[in-house]
Write a protein that binds this ligand. Structure first.
Ligand code: NCD
Ligand code: ZN
Length: 355
């Protein structure tokens, strides 16, 4: 028995396509194939490449490299540093948002100096989204800076109950603040860390059961605005090395995991659409995509198998997990781009901010 339902194309505001500089992990073609296979028709790329997106030249290079090689729509996020803040006026029409790294992670964009942070927050256009990776005291600082400078703050990959509380409080005070949660933080905890080894290592770290519960509660009480993927692929060899890098892929496993949660009554389909399409579109001003949808067989069960993934890294922390809800077809602007496991078309467009 099958039960086919249709969803709007999903939007991921947090993807690492890795090009230029780390194409052994992913590139524009493989990353956007993974997006389409996972039901995502629009994604935002992060700036923490070995050649970081922190100059106008780096933005132009991203745009020209992506041109003609993308299967879904792609927009770019700019990296916020003291140096890069002098280019904000120049690049604001070419990038969708700013990303500021206030905690340590992959790449070289960590900003710790409070004066530098103040300058970055002050210079970024106030009506445009300023994304932070900020945990605990760093999140408290980000909220303080956003309040002082009047920014539109968006908190990436929230993982801790205490950080949900900080965001809830700021929202209650009327601050224009939004946040996102990843599927690895929703479906894994530190109890999985031992089993997964380096393949379960990412930033922020997996939380405790009580953190996971707080994330689900934030979805049901409306505190959580977006489910994002933080698709951060690394090669198997890199993950097995002495010093494994942080990050896990997620674009192809998110929707089946979330549909399984719908089946288990942990999430409604309306909430899923709100957090993966309506809200990301509204918050990041993502252009409308006409005739763009995902068809799913809600009754089809299968096991997640890395052999069937398009991501170049070739693994997933959800290997072997049984899910219910199979993506059968994806259409982008009226053209079928995914059917029976096969991808076609290079119809992706580069997205630019509407204003
Ligand atoms: C990301 C990466 O590998 O680029 N890693 C991660 O663990 N999440 C960087 C990031 O988003 O923090
Ligand atoms: Zn990330």
């Amino acid at each position: 028995m099958s039960k086919i339902i249709s969803l709007p194309g999903l939007i991921d505001v947090h993807t690492h396509l890795r090009e230029p500089g780390a194409t052994q992990k992913e590139d524009f073609e493989t990353g956007t194939k993974a997006a389409i296979a996972g039901g995502y028709t629009a994604i935002l790329d992060m700036p923490n490449n070995p050649e970081p997106t922190i100059t106008p030249e780096a933005v132009d290079k991203k745009i020209s490299l992506a041109n003609g090689r993308i299967y879904c729509d792609v927009g770019f996020n700019f990296g916020g540093t003291l140096e890069s803040s002098k280019y904000f006026d120049q690049i604001k029409t070419k990038v969708m948002a700013l990303k500021v790294y206030m905690n340590h992670t992959t790449g070289t964009l960590l900003q710790e100096d409070p004066h530098a942070l103040q300058t970055i927050f002050e210079r970024w256009p106030k009506q445009r989204v300023l994304i932070v990776h900020a945990e605990k005291d760093k999140l408290a600082l980000a909220i303080k800076l956003a309040k002082r400078n009047g920014n539109r703050l968006h908190v990436a990959h929230v993982a801790l109950a205490e950080d949900i509380n900080r965001i809830r409080k700021a929202k209650t005070e009327g601050l224009p603040i939004t946040c996102e949660v990843t599927c690895h933080h929703l479906f894994l905890t530190n109890a999985d860390t031992k089993r997964l080894g380096p393949f379960g290592q990412m930033k922020p770290d997996l939380g405790m059961k009580q953190d996971q519960n707080a994330l689900w509660k934030a979805i049901s009480d409306g505190t959580m605005d977006i489910i994002a993927q933080d698709h951060a692929p690394h090669t198997i060899a890199e993950k097995k090395s002495e010093k494994p890098p942080h990050g896990v892929p997620g674009l192809e496993t998110a929707l089946p995991l979330l549909l399984t949660a719908v089946k288990e009554d942990r999430l409604t389909i309306e909430k899923l659409i709100e957090l993966t399409n309506t809200n990301p579109r509204k918050i990041f001003n993502i252009p409308q995509q006409e005739d763009t949808f995902v068809e799913i067989d809600m009754e089809e069960k299968y096991r997640i198998d890395s052999n069937n993934l398009y991501t170049k890294c070739g693994w997933t922390p959800f290997e072997g997990v049984e899910v219910k809800g199979k993506i059968k077809k994806v259409a982008l602007r009226g053209k079928v781009v995914f059917e029976n496991g096969k991808i076609s078309g290079l119809f992706g467009k580069i997205m630019f901010p509407a204003n």
